[in-house]
Ligand binder design. Structure first.
Ligand code: ZN
Length: 192
């Protein structure tokens, strides 16, 4: 059984969810992706959310989670760099998407229709397949003009990023940072 780990902010975008496997709680940065067990837990979590499917992999995750760990960590830091730049209003250079396109070349896609849904199936080693799926998600964020909608959480201590489609969201989530800020403001008001 995989260790129970709660991933804080699931967005439906696997690339964003990967970046958000680094969190800060009580002032300390925690990395939720440092072992095979973490890979299993993350994989099972995004599978449960419906963002990946068992049909996309030709081997059980237990057999390749170890191989996937360094690839995921490398992709995560690449994506974080791009997403943080976007959140700070900087343009990404074409090298960014070229790198993602090259990652997909290691396990390119064929398509299968399952239950009326078109599922991209990466052809290659399963660890490369997972990287392809995440890289494709990042390219979809780019091609649908959503990079400019990426924001950092308004809590300066929080490292979570999110895509704001409505233009009003300040916090990664009300539950994690929004309420805490409200409580602090409330306490400060009382002190005054
Ligand atoms: Zn936050």
């Amino acid at each position: 059984m995989a260790t129970e780990i709660i991933f804080p902010l699931l967005s439906g975008n696997t690339s964003m969810d990967l970046v958000n496997t680094e969190v800060v709680s009580h002032g300390t940065r925690h990395d939720l992706l440092t072992s095979k067990e973490h890979v299993l837990a993350w994989f099972n979590t995004i599978k449960k959310e419906g963002n990946i499917s068992r049909d996309q992999f030709n081997m059980d995750i237990e057999l390749w989670a170890n191989d996937a760990l360094p690839l995921l960590r490398e992709l995560r830091s690449f994506l974080r760099d791009g997403y943080e730049k976007s959140a700070d209003g900087k343009e990404l250079t074409p090298d960014w998407n070229t790198h993602l396109e090259l990652l997909i070349k290691r396990a390119p896609f064929m398509y299968q229709l399952k239950n009326d849904q078109l599922i991209p199936i990466p052809i290659g080693e399963p660890d490369d397949a997972l990287i392809s799926i995440i890289a494709l998600d990042a390219l979809k964020i780019l091609s649908s003009n959503q990079l400019s909608k990426i924001h950092r959480c308004a809590n300066p201590e929080c490292v979570l990023l999110f895509i704001d489609t409505h233009g009003r969201r300040k916090w990664c989530s009300m539950k994690i940072c929004g309420n805490r800020s409200k409580v602090t403001r409330h306490q400060q008001l009382k002190i005054k």
